[in-house]
Design a protein around this ligand. Structure first.
Ligand SMILES: [Zn+2]
Length: 235
């Protein structure tokens, strides 16, 4: 049984780490990091504030590493207004948006511009979201076909690919071997998309982020770190 939970934080270098603290009848301090980057700390009843802070500072590098290891999606680009002149990302590149009234609805890329023709009833936001989703389905599927042969030694069967809006994750996979990808990923560079798909395919073989998992991921995609960093920094 835990008593009430409180939200706390501490500073480590330039980082501020938020955590949820609760107390329990137990001997040692427990720290868990969840895929949405939340940190939960369960402390024995008699833990002093000082002891807790020391222990957390000691564990901070581990906590930060766990948070970075998840394929987290924390949008970096500010919310869009969907007005002409604004830039929008597609496959790692910026495109200037131009909206034009027309008799029909259509979205296309022409000479570095994202052109939206709209007939007045549908919002540009909806048209662009649908366009991203269509492009995502095609591009993710092509990328999956491209990387699957790299797994030939590991005899995984071609997984079903699902596109699903997820507010905090780029990708995930189900125990039955379906790979789920966030349509927002279509905004990332091609190499970063490849990285997310490789990462999820590795999870079909190793479910957790173990050493064996990272060895496999490194053997399939030696430069995965570069693409992960680009993903973390750009979209
Ligand atoms: Zn993972």
């Amino acid at each position: 049984m835990s008593d009430h939970t409180s939200t706390q934080s501490f500073a480590f270098g330039s980082k501020k780490i938020n955590y949820e603290l609760s107390f329990q009848e137990r001997k040692t301090l427990g720290i868990r990091v969840y895929p949405d980057c939340q940190v939960k700390v369960i402390a024995p009843f008699d833990t002093t504030d000082e002891k807790l802070k020391n222990k957390l500072r000691e564990k901070a590098p581990w906590i930060i590493k766990q948070q970075l290891d998840f394929l987290s999606y924390h949008p970096l680009t500010p919310p869009r207004k969907f007005i002409s002149g604004e830039t929008h990302l597609y496959l790692g590149r910026q495109y200037k948006l131009r909206i034009e009234n027309a008799e029909f609805n259509e979205v296309k890329l022409i000479r570095g511009r994202l052109l939206v023709f709209k007939n007045g009833r549908t919002s540009p936001k909806t048209l662009i979201a649908n366009w991203y989703r269509e492009k995502a389905i095609i591009h993710f599927d092509d990328t999956l076909k491209k990387v699957l042969p790299l797994f030939v030694k590991h005899s995984i069967s071609s997984p079903e690919l699902l596109i699903r809006n997820m507010s905090t994750r780029w990708g995930s996979c189900t125990p039955k071997g379906k790979v789920i990808l966030n349509p927002e990923l279509i905004k990332a560079a091609k190499g970063s998309i490849e990285y997310v798909i490789v990462h999820e395919l590795c999870h079909l073989i190793h479910h957790n982020h173990t050493r064996a998992f990272y060895e496999l991921q490194g053997s399939i995609m030696p430069d995965w770190k570069k693409w992960k960093e680009r993903l973390d920094e750009s979209v």
